[in-house]
Design a protein around this ligand. Sequence first.
Ligand SMILES: Cc1cc2nc3c(=O)[nH]c(=O)nc-3n(C[C@H](O)[C@H](O)[C@H](O)COP(=O)(O)OP(=O)(O)OC[C@H]3O[C@@H](n4cnc5c(N)ncnc54)[C@H](O)[C@@H]3O)c2cc1C
Length: 346
Amino acid sequence: METILFLAHAETDGSLSKSAFEALGAAKTLSAGLTGSKLIAGLVGENVQSAANQLANCGASRILGVSGPDFAQSRYATDAAAAEAICKSAGATLVIAPATSRWNRVLAGVAERLGGRADTHVTGLSVQNAAVSANRWYYRQRMEAVIQRSARPWVLLLDPGSQLAWQGEPGAANVETVSLSLTDAARRTTVLGKREPAADAQTIRPEAKLLFVAGAGWTKKQADGQPHVKDAEKLILDCLKYARASLGSSKSLVDLGGEGQAVLSFLTHLNQVGQTGSTPRHPKGLATCCHGEEPHTVGWRFVSERRAVNLDPNCGWARGKADVLYVADAFAVMSKVNELLAKTTA
Ligand SMILES: Cc1cc2nc3c(=O)[nH]c(=O)nc-3n(C[C@H](O)[C@H](O)[C@H](O)COP(=O)(O)OP(=O)(O)OC[C@H]3O[C@@H](n4cnc5c(N)ncnc54)[C@H](O)[C@@H]3O)c2cc1C
């Protein structure tokens, strides 16, 4: 009989993130499919009461919490100790957690301490012949594997965006405090603050409906024999602004900066999509001035509807990589698209 622990950490405002609700949704579905299983929730944070209230009606038989100022911020020693204590208190055999940067750093180590196993980047959970199966992709989303393990506890980190989030009414939750004593060594690391781009400079928006991808073509010489990088910057930024899109890039475009060539000032390697970049999840994607090479399009695995604008009718997108390819000048297309978007936004 499995004891399923949904394990989450509170955000700085005390709430739970969307990815936490997605992991909870998966844990609940798993619990429903495993006869005789028990669902327990475990929370870590400075104060976990409001997070607990958010999941008061999720059907967990217990809500365990480790809280206090020591657990406000992400820190390996304290997070690992908290997660370990909750797993032990719950007697967890399966631990379902969102793959946040905070948990990604810690939970493999926790599994080791508990004598269990961990799998990261899990994109699906199911029950087959009364056994739990986890799906994950390998070789940059080219191969999908279905894994079963006999080792327990089995810690599963679910990729954000891969599950349906649990939705339910909040309530007044009863949190069972799990106490643990921390050594001074566990508090040795101090988080001094966070550095992040200003909100208006933030071009990566995981929740956006549209992924707009810019390729190296935006910086290439155009029909008049000249590059038009400033025009390209404006067209791309306007599109991001009007469509509230997230910005992706090809590797060639972000690499150009390192080679001292004119590039779009707001791009970094974090925007790169593909084999050596990211695999974002958006309902729609539009690639512009990007050739659609396999190492790039492999990062489009989870983009549901794909369109591309390219001057070249023989580009990679034309070979089954896109649902729709517009053989056209992206400068002209995006200028018209922005004009239409501006009217809609106004
Ligand atoms: C091991 C390995 C890993 C890699 N990993 C990645 C990765 O993670 N991500 C990645 O992106 N790439 C990756 N690559 C590189 C990849 O193979 C391609 O080189 C790269 O994606 C090409 O970038 P691009 O399409 O922007 O540029 P280009 O190939 O230069 O294509 C530019 C395109 O712009 C079009 N164009 C130009 N002007 C216009 C216009 N006005 N209107 C419309 N279209 C126009 C051209 O027709 C052309 O098709 C990897 C390669 C290797 C070997």
